[in-house]
Write a new protein. Structure first.
Lengths: 111, 111
């Protein structure tokens, strides 16, 4: 069963616009991670935010975490056509470091 | 890319035959995972390993077994493949509660 649920399921924007994806989860977590997957490829780790952090930046990526609302958001600023991919949130908290993935948001950035 | 490879990359087999997928890492990470990815389900954990000869079940372990006799290798076996096991299989490695690094995937078709 999925822990994280991304919203929206699909998002289409123009190059240069910002893209925001949201993730909600149900139980307490140790950390929340975002991954990108290009079509037909493996997942690539983007950013990890721990439960005691509220915001984290990495280049054009900004992730927020609100543990009281059990939600996170991923913001991609000044999007590029190369950002076209599926984005997954994954929650971690198991004793063995297991992650539970959501079903993903499919982002399409049109040039 | 993290030093993680999967073999084979593609396989077509018939119902009832045994299949073994191999994951190999050169990073000396303690944890290794097998996921399957299906449309509408995202990534689901099959089995994971937290050390040599230490393995445990994930969310969708029925019909699968694993073995880890060396730190660098994690094998996934389908004892008797069924059409419902047609999927893309991903291996991942990590240290606990840190980011996971994914292999390129194996596309398995069971006819």
């Amino acid at each position: 069963s999925q822990q994280g649920e991304e919203d929206p399921q699909a998002l289409s924007i123009q190059e240069g616009e910002n893209a925001t994806m949201n993730c909600s989860y149900k139980t307490s977590i140790n950390n929340l991670q975002w991954y990108r997957q290009n079509s037909g490829r493996g997942l690539v780790h983007l950013i990890l935010i721990r439960s005691n952090e509220r915001e984290k930046h990495s280049g054009r990526l900004r992730v927020t975490l609100d543990t009281s609302k059990k939600s996170s958001s991923l913001l991609i600023t000044a999007s590029r056509a190369a950002d076209t991919a599926s984005y997954f949130c994954a929650t971690g908290g198991g004793s063995q470091g297991n992650l539970i993935f959501g079903k993903g948001t499919k982002l399409s950035v049109k040039p | 890319d993290a030093g993680i490879t999967q073999s084979p990359r593609h396989k077509v087999t018939e119902t009832g035959t045994p299949v073994t997928l191999r994951c190999h890492q050169t990073e000396n990470h303690r944890y290794m995972y097998w996921y399957r990815q299906d449309p509408g389900h995202g990534l689901r954990l099959i089995h994971y390993s937290y050390g040599v000869k230490d393995t445990d079940k994930g969310e969708v372990s029925d019909g699968y077994s694993v073995s880890r006799s060396k730190t660098e290798d994690f094998l996934l076996t389908l004892e008797s493949a069924t059409s419902s096991q047609t999927s893309v299989y991903f291996c991942a490695i990590s240290e606990p509660n840190n980011e996971q690094f994914f292999g390129p995937g194996t596309r398995l078709t069971v006819l």
